[in-house]
Design a protein around this ligand. Structure first.
Ligand code: C5P
Length: 217
C-alpha cells in the first residue's frame, strides 16, 4: 500500500486575516475544509502532519499538530520556522493584500463629514513561491481557484510559483469549492500531465489527492 511513511508534511489552510484597526479586518470566505481534509488524509497515510491554519471553526484532525496564525506574514513566518519538510501543501486562501499601515486605534467616523476614506493596501508575500524558491520543501503542492481558462491559469501558476503539483478548481460553480463540503479538482503536475478528480466530498478527494502525491513526490 502507498504510504507517506513518516514523511514531514506541512499544510496551510483557511483564510488569513489582515487588520485594519483593533476591531476591523479584511478576510475571505475560506472554510479551511479542503486543507483540513488533506491534513487528515496525510496523517492517515502515515505522514507527520503540521497544519498551519488561519481562523476556522473546524476541529484539529487526530494526530495532527496545528499552529494558529492570523495574517499572511504570520503564516509565512510559521511556515519558514517549520522548514525543512518533505511535502508542502498550500491550501490556504492567503489574502493578496494587507493594509499598509493598520491603525492602533479604532478609526472613528466623522459625523459632520461625508468624504470617503482611503485604505492603502500593499502586496502580501507569496507563501508557496517563497517556500519553493527556498528549496526547503522537496515537493510543493498548490491550489488554483479559477473562474475561467482553468488549465492555462493553473499551468502558468506552476511555472511562476515553481510548484510540483497544482490542484485546480472552478470557483464559478457555487455548489463546489469555497466553503462547500464537495469539490471537483483537476490536478496538473510540472510536466503538465493531467489527473482529473470528479466531484466528491472533500474528504474523499483529499484521500485520492494524497495517493497521487505519494506516487509523484
Ligand atoms: O495566485 P493565487 O492566489 O491564485 O495562487 C493560489 C496558490 O498560491 C494557493 O496554493 C495559495 O495557497 C498560494 N498562495 C500563497 N501566498 C499568497 C497567495 C497564494 O501561498 N500570497
Amino acid at each position: 500500500m502507498n504510504s507517506l511513511n513518516g514523511l514531514k508534511i506541512v499544510i496551510t489552510a483557511g483564510p488569513t486575516v489582515e487588520r485594519i484597526d483593533p476591531v476591523r479586518y479584511i478576510t475571505n470566505d475560506s472554510s479551511g475544509k479542503m486543507g483540513y481534509a488533506l491534513a487528515e488524509a496525510a496523517q492517515k497515510a502515515g505522514g507527520r502532519v503540521l497544519l498551519i491554519s488561519g481562523p476556522v471553526s473546524l476541529p484539529t484532525p487526530e494526530g495532527v499538530i496545528r499552529i494558529d496564525v492570523l495574517s499572511a506574514d504570520d503564516m509565512l513566518a510559521a511556515c519558514q520556522a517549520n522548514m525543512p519538510c518533505d511535502i508542502f501543501i498550500s491550501a490556504a486562501a492567503v489574502a493578496d493584500f494587507k493594509v499598509l499601515s493598520p491603525s492602533t486605534f479604532k478609526i472613528k467616523k466623522k459625523y459632520d463629514d461625508d468624504s470617503n476614506i482611503v485604505l492603502y493596501l500593499s502586496k502580501n508575500p507569496d507563501i508557496i513561491k517563497t517556500i519553493s524558491e527556498s528549496k526547503k520543501s522537496n515537493f510543493t503542492v498548490g491550489f488554483a481557484a479559477e473562474t475561467h481558462d482553468i488549465k492555462e491559469n493553473a499551468k502558468s501558476k506552476i511555472i511562476r510559483k515553481k510548484i510540483n503539483l497544482i490542484l485546480a478548481n472552478d470557483v464559478s460553480d457555487e455548489s463546489i469549492g469555497f466553503n462547500n463540503d464537495e469539490n471537483e479538482l483537476l490536478a496538473i503536475d510540472d510536466q503538465f500531465n493531467e489527473y482529473p478528480f470528479p466531484r466528491a466530498t472533500k474528504s474523499k478527494l483529499a484521500a485520492e489527492v494524497i495517493d497521487l502525491i505519494v506516487k509523484l513526490h
